[in-house]
Unconditional design. Sequence first.
Lengths: 242, 389
Amino acid sequence: MSIIKINNLEKQFPVGDGFFTALSDINMEVKKGEFAGLIGPSGSGKTTLLNIIGSLDTPTKGTAEVMGKSIAELTYKQSAGLRNRHIGFIFQTYNLLPVYTVFENVEFPLLLQKMSAVERKKAVMQALEWVGLTDKVYSKPSMLSGGECQRVAIARAMVKRPEIVLADEPTANLDSENSHHILRTMKKLNKELGVTFVFSTHDEKVMQYLDRIIALEDGKVLRDETQEEFAVRKNSQIYKTK
Amino acid sequence: MIAIKLAYKNLVGAGLRTWLNVSVLSFAFVLMIFYNGMIEGWNRQARNDTQDWEIGEGQYWEQSYDRYDPYTFQDAHKLVSEDVAAMIDRGELTPILVRQANMYPEGRMQSVLLKGVDPNQRILKLPTSDLNNVQNGYSAIIGRRMAKDAGLKVGDKVLVRWRDKNGMFDAIDINIAAIFKTDVPSVENGQIYLDINVLQEMIGLPNQATLLVAGENSSLSEIDGWDFKTTDFLLKEFDALIQSKKAGGMVISGMLLLIALLAIFDTQVLSIFRRQKEIGTYIALGMTRSQVVGIFTVEGGAHSILAAIVGAAYGIPLFLWLDSIGLSFGSSSQDMGIAVADVIYPYYSIGMIFSSLLLVVISATIVSYLPARKISKMRPTDALKGKLQ
């Protein structure tokens, strides 16, 4: 079952008197429970596509459907509701709220859902357990390492049990060890909870964890392949180079 | 609820910036209340003093009498009827006879009003009983400013010339029996108080009066042939003065508030530019635009609540202290020509405090809303990038 469906999508941004085409002719579907990634160099349109999927932006042409809802047709309130209930975000710079503790940061999406305090506490502690941060409940983000901050961000994205988690360059600011830890955590959550993960990345470490790799270049889908296909192609490229 | 919680967290998290704004706003708040309290305290004191010393609970004027038209004084007198006399005896009214005259202190001529008052009256605070103390000749009491201007002291004699009922000039030396101190200049400026019986005899108008001052136990009912003037009428000019002072006070308060609001506005604008990423995160996590605007508006409004708390912390002890000692205006108040006590005790009403608080809270909320409204026009993706717009 497709949870994300994109047809003939085009996205343009006004630049001076004209327009810059960030995405064109994008067609893809993402099924529930996939662990997929958008890869490509800077400016290839990964983040723009992720933003449209996350209903933070709208397509200029074509359609983007998320959970059966056309992003372009959602009102501002409806798209806020979609993000709040069904989509979790993980950002490159963590985007934790600095004045809140770890607990409060993770609790935030649940406050917006008006969940009861008891349920909130249970859900937050569960989410922190998934990422192994139950001992940092009352710490402020400034007291955490980069890896820990990103784990808090994962817990915040996961706490509401979303159908989709969109991760924009989640390992870009992390060292190798933390990157692997984060990716293992996300992979585990994907398997155990069946949450669909869509990454945007150009980090080789991330790619090896992905089940599906969609390569973008100049705003177009260059390749859409499985991990096996990606690995074979990579190896053959290495072989050819040698 | 979430907006309040977030606003509280953000305010506490902002630390010094919050406290600077709160300090400025609380200072404006306390100063506004102080200034209005002083005006109100002066108003109340002056009204009370003017009532105590001059107008009582109201006055009955002989029908041709106009206090602003000296030409009416000559003929503004009326026989005190038996009914009125009975009321005077019961202490409900006290008669005053007014006559224009000239005084010659140290050879200079000075226009004065001779006022005949009952030495035994208890309605006005004038120390008229001092008129009973002198055994020989004509005695009078005058106010301290008048005595100073005329260079007179107790025991001095001063020549006074007046016209009697037939318009004939007459003159005598008057003994200064006492000099009184009052905060109401209109009671003493150019006025000499004599025993009403003496003045009636001097003018040749026995048992006549120009006006009757009503006391506390007066029924204030209509008296045939006399026009009743209420305290509101008699204090009309003073009320107008107070209103103009209040208007001036509002301008000062407005300026103070404006400075404080500019600080909040500046902080909020700065917040929006500095915290774009945070705003983008709120939106990404599912907040609606109105919720985000709500957070910033509540945050700005909360400055005013904190300002009220901080203001109360130092304002209440300060106001209580001022209320106990009053604020001395010293000799400067003596020459203002209006009723100003040497020491003014500020008066703070609950209504005034709450209306000031409401004004501060509403204004702070509005200036917080204005920059927050800009957020609603910000693209979430730009906000997430922290892109300056």
